[in-house]
Design a protein around this ligand. Structure first.
Ligand SMILES: Nc1ncnc2c1ncn2[C@@H]1O[C@H](COP(=O)(O)OP(=O)(O)OP(=O)(O)O)[C@@H](O)[C@H]1O
Ligand SMILES: [Mg+2]
Length: 103
């Protein structure tokens, strides 16, 4: 599976960010505490529906916000998929959807 697109809303230190990945190697560069590890964590969370860094989903939500959203577009042999994950402070359960997509 190849992740072509990642969109973060209120995820850790990201207020709103969209990343389009290149076809080959992608290099994530940035100063300390800019959010490189957070971005990698978001990809893991999108794949596993849980973090490897915390057992508390609320840690993933940007401080002072009520929810965090991760959206991804992925390409597999069989086609394209849209992956969505929503974490809400007031909800214990995560909300996840995987949709077949034509774009
Ligand atoms: N829930 C949150 N809301 C807002 N900011 C957060 C949240 N969780 C973590 N942060 C912030 O994210 C930043 C750290 O991001 P991250 O660990 O991804 O940085 P990094 O680019 O990997 O840094 P380094 O080069 O030191 O590894 C810190 O400033 C931290 O305070
Ligand atoms: Mg780091």
């Amino acid at each position: 599976m190849f992740l072509t697109h990642l969109s973060l809303k209120n995820y850790r230190n990201y207020e709103s960010e969209t990343i389009e990945f290149a076809n080959n190697v992608n290099i994530i560069l940035g100063e300390n505490a800019q959010g490189k590890t957070n971005m990698m964590e978001a990809i893991y969370v999108l794949a596993m529906a849980k973090s490897h860094r915390t057992t508390n989903d609320k840690d993933l939500i940007r401080w002072d916000e009520d929810y965090a959203k991760i959206e991804g577009k992925a390409m597999k042999k069989m086609g394209r998929y849209r992956l969505n994950l929503l974490f809400q402070k007031k909800e214990k359960k995560r909300n996840a959807t995987i949709l077949n997509s034509s774009d």
